[in-house]
Ligand binder design. Structure first.
Ligand code: GDP
Ligand code: IMO
Ligand code: MG
Length: 420
């Protein structure tokens, strides 16, 4: 059985928590895109983990965790993550596998990312991790992969890249990189990570053939997808379920199930259109109640009501039939709750997400309003015990999206989860 877990909004939907729970029944957990721009939080009774590159199944014993070829890997960041997890008693060496086809993030990617944000024409509000420039090199065919690190060509490839990047960096007034320093550093990283690097697609396809349970862990979310997100305010990979095939080396016919993860309201970090963004006062309240601060950069997340236009877009692109809804507990104490069901744009009513972000910037949300609930729901274990107005809210979402809600998350811990 293969299952994809995909984010339905602009990331941070609580994928880490849901994947951690679903990992119990999985044999292998696979990241297929993104990099250390991701921050997936898992809260245990006494400890909190934030994973950036290592799949969120790693906290369970004896689960293989695969970093698929579609992931861009900053080796320094990965080594730090490994060291930290090992210190905390997590078994890594037996369980972690990294695709030899993963592209590597170099210091020039990180600097280019930051300088473009500071001095370029378009500010995306990136995480500054070098993700975009690394994927750009991959597509330009000058990227460097793990396989290259262990080949005689590494020296030549890196030399060419540094020469080219230094010329660009000069135009930003940055002095550039010294080849030997980067070369030596990356040789060392290569040695430290060598034992994890392998042909992951072969292992995954064999496991699928042997009917193992494989869980694919999406990073970011559908609205940050390079093709189907709010371009250009997106990340540089295919975060949608469709990204799994290319990002892990799996055929479309090998996918059995796709689960969407969505927050009970909407958040976004960084720049870009957000039609239902709250006024500053309400936003501060949600940031406080929902602890809406980025797991990777610590930036405050922008917040708004549940947006069914965005959610329906995700349902279509990922062909979702079942979803998990998170952070329902954060809505407790709202006198009324709103859902955006369409956008007013000039004299039209839009029910679908426009491709043009400039249009989206000028869309006004059309809301339906519902009664809220005042009870604390964070300890509720069964659907039937939820307040009536919470159940009505969930039913409305199911109707608007034409999906079944199978999981309701009412707190950050494993136990704070209702299965329907
Ligand atoms: P991810 O990137 O999709 O894995 O999500 P993040 O970890 O970046 O952000 C989700 C945040 O919400 C984390 O701090 C989680 O611990 C927390 N969280 C997840 N589910 C719930 C929930 O149902 N209720 C509350 N209050 N917090 C939750
Ligand atoms: P997880 O997996 C939320 C956002 C950045 C920025 C845009 C581009 O934790 O849900 P990038 O550094 O990727 O070039 O930045 O994408 N972004 C995320 N927002 N959650 C994430 O990951 C994100 N990864 C990138 O804030 O707007
Ligand atoms: Mg996150």
């Amino acid at each position: 059985m293969t299952t994809i877990v995909v984010g339905m909004q602009w990331g941070d939907e609580g994928k880490g928590k849901i994947i951690d729970i679903l990992s119990e029944k999985a044999d292998i957990i696979v990241r297929y895109q993104g990099g250390n721009n991701a921050g997936h939080t898992i809260v245990l009774p006494k400890e909190k983990f934030i994973l950036h590159l290592i799949p969120s199944g790693i906290l369970h014993k004896n689960k293989k965790c695969v970093i698929g070829n579609g992931v861009v890997v900053d080796p320094q960041s990965l080594i730090e993550e490994i060291v930290d997890l090992k210190k905390r008693g997590i078994e890594i060496d037996k369980n972690l596998l990294i695709s030899e086809r993963c592209h590597l993030i170099f210091p020039y990617h990180r600097i280019l990312d930051k300088l473009r944000e500071k001095k370029g024409l378009l500010k995306i509000g990136t995480t500054g991790r070098g993700i975009g420039p690394c994927y750009a090199d991959k597509v330009s065919r000058c990227g460097i992969r793990f396989a290259d690190l262990y080949s005689n060509d590494f020296k030549k490839k890196l030399k060419n890249n540094i020469k080219e990047k230094n010329a660009v960096l000069k135009t930003y007034g940055f002095k550039g990189f010294v080849f030997t320093e980067v070369y030596e550093q990356y040789q060392e990283f290569g040695e430290r990570l060598k034992s994890y690097v392998c042909n992951c697609a072969a292992i995954l396809n064999k496991a699928i053939g042997n009917k193992k349970n494989v869980l694919f862990e999406g990073a970011q979310g559908t609205l940050l997808d390079i093709d189907y997100g709010t371009y250009p305010y997106v990340t540089s990979s295919n975060a949608i379920a469709g990204g799994v095939c290319a990002g892990a080396g799996i055929a479309p016919t090998s996918i059995d199930k796709i689960i969407g993860v969505i927050k009970a309201y909407t958040t976004r970090v960084g720049e870009g259109p957000f039609p239902g963004q709250f006024s500053p006062k309400l936003m501060r309240e949600f940031q406080h109640l929902g602890k809406e601060y980025g797991a990777t950069t610590g930036r405050a997340r922008r917040c708004g009501w549940f947006d069914a236009v965005l959610a329906r877009h995700s349902v279509k692109i990922n062909n979702l039939k079942t979803i998990a809804i998170t952070k329902l507990d954060v809505l407790s104490n709202c006198e009324t709750i709103k859902i955006c069901t369409g956008y007013r744009y000039k004299n039209e009513v839009l029910k679908d997400l426009p491709a043009d972000s400039d249009i989206l910037f000028h869309c006004q949300p059309i809301y339906e309003e519902y009664a809220g609930w005042q009870e604390d729901i964070s300890q509720i274990k069964e659907y039937k015990n939820l307040p009536d107005s919470a159940k009505k809210y969930l039913c409305k979402i199911e109707k608007l999206l034409m999906v079944k809600i199978k999981i309701v998350s009412v707190g950050s811990e494993r136990g704070q989860t209702i299965f329907i």
